[in-house]
Design a protein around this ligand. Structure first.
Ligand SMILES: Cc1cc2nc3c(=O)[nH]c(=O)nc-3n(C[C@H](O)[C@H](O)[C@H](O)COP(=O)(O)O)c2cc1C
Length: 109
């Protein structure tokens, strides 16, 4: 039974020294952590622009977002939408990388 689920979407800007390989490692660790927490979502990176959608219980997503906000690998973290949802739009993959254009489709969902 779904309880207290939210979807949080933010954008940010990666520090220029962060490589594609760094991002792949980050996503792989994030997937493991998120799965353990019942969080799922998607992440897109286009040059240095980041867009991420996180879904899970309000408490879990807000707590994770605090860590993400404080992460020095990116800056100008700007929450663009947080809303209550009935069910998750994503599979329980934890976190996956998607193209930025897919994020537009998800955002309009
Ligand atoms: C763009 C970006 C997205 C991130 N997404 C996640 C995520 O979905 N899940 C996660 O556990 N960590 C994610 N992280 C890493 C967290 O910011 C943080 O390093 C991790 O939660 C470990 O936190 P701690 O160092 O405070 O223990 C992300 C980092 C960045 C820069």
């Amino acid at each position: 039974m779904a309880q207290n689920l939210i979807r949080l979407t933010y954008v940010s800007t990666l520090r220029p020294e962060i490589s594609n390989a760094d991002i792949d490692r980050l996503v792989s660790r994030a997937a493991t952590f998120n799965k353990g927490q019942g969080i799922t979502g998607v992440l897109a990176i286009d040059n240095q622009r980041v867009c991420q959608i996180l879904e899970g219980t309000k408490e879990d997503v807000e707590q994770l977002f605090l860590s993400i906000r404080n992460d020095q690998r990116h800056h100008t973290v700007t929450e663009i939408e947080t809303r209550a949802i009935e069910t998750s739009s994503f599979e329980d993959w934890g976190m996956v990388r998607r193209d930025m254009v897919d994020m537009v489709i998800y955002a309009l969902d």
